[in-house]
Design a protein around this ligand. Structure first.
Ligand code: SF4
Ligand code: SF4
Length: 211
């Protein structure tokens, strides 16, 4: 059966549309409308009038940071216990639920028999993350949160967008990190100048925590 093809012709631009002047004036009209509307409201607020109407204000970001709502989802962090060890028990629920598949966890046996596992490796690729917050919602240990207030996660490379356990446990850390200072039996392979080290050959079964 022959497929029916409908040709939709793009309408020809008129003379005035080709000059782009109407569009420019339309844009200016909107800009000036907002400008005078806000100017009027700010002046009225100065005299204590129309305070029930909100006027827009320019935030001088990044020098001036806007207050965030408590439920705002910002960059992730891994929470820690009082002894500095991660609350994460390597249950893999967050990795499983993540719709973007941007969490990578390698769990290891914990020397404390009351704690089944701990994350040897815990990576989140922020270049892929969609900030849905499912990982926070699903965690049974309150081990991962998105409350750092860090919004500027821009980087010059895709690799720099990949947070590993060091940056997740201490949001103040940034690459490059040459020494691991994590206080738990962590099989860290970060040595010298490399931040991420090599995780090849490390898996949950074969991992042996440092005593
Ligand atoms: S916020 Fe969503 S996409 Fe990002 S790591 Fe968590 S579950 Fe994955
Ligand atoms: S962060 Fe929470 S959900 Fe994810 S592996 Fe650790 S304990 Fe499980």
């Amino acid at each position: 059966m022959a497929t029916k093809v409908t040709v939709v012709r793009r309408p020809e631009l008129t003379f005035w549309e080709k000059t782009y002047l109407p569009q420019i004036f339309c844009g200016l009209k909107i800009t000036f409308r907002h400008f005078f509307h806000n100017l009027f409201l700010h002046i009225a607020h100065r005299f204590g009038q129309l305070t029930h109407l909100r006027a827009s204000a320019t935030i001088q970001y990044p020098e001036e940071l806007r207050p965030l709502m408590s439920r705002f989802r910002s960059r992730h962090r891994l929470t820690v216990r009082e002894d500095g060890t991660p609350r994460c028990v390597g249950c893999m629920l967050c990795e499983t639920v993540c719709p973007a598949k941007c969490i990578t966890i390698v769990p290891g046996e914990h020397p404390d028999p009351h704690v089944e596992k701990y994350p040897i490796r815990f990576d989140i690729d922020l270049g892929v993350c969609v900030y849905c917050g499912y990982c926070v919602e699903v965690c049974p240990e309150d081990a991962i949160r998105m409350d750092t207030g860090i919004l500027d996660v821009a980087a010059y490379s895709r690799e720099a967008m990949q947070l590993d356990i060091h940056e997740l446990m201490d949001p103040k850390l940034h690459k490059p990190i040459s020494d691991c200072s994590l206080k738990f039996p962590h099989q860290c392979q970060v040595t010298g100048e490399a931040m991420k080290g090599s995780w090849e050959g490390v898996d949950g079964a074969g991992a042996q925590p440092t005593p």
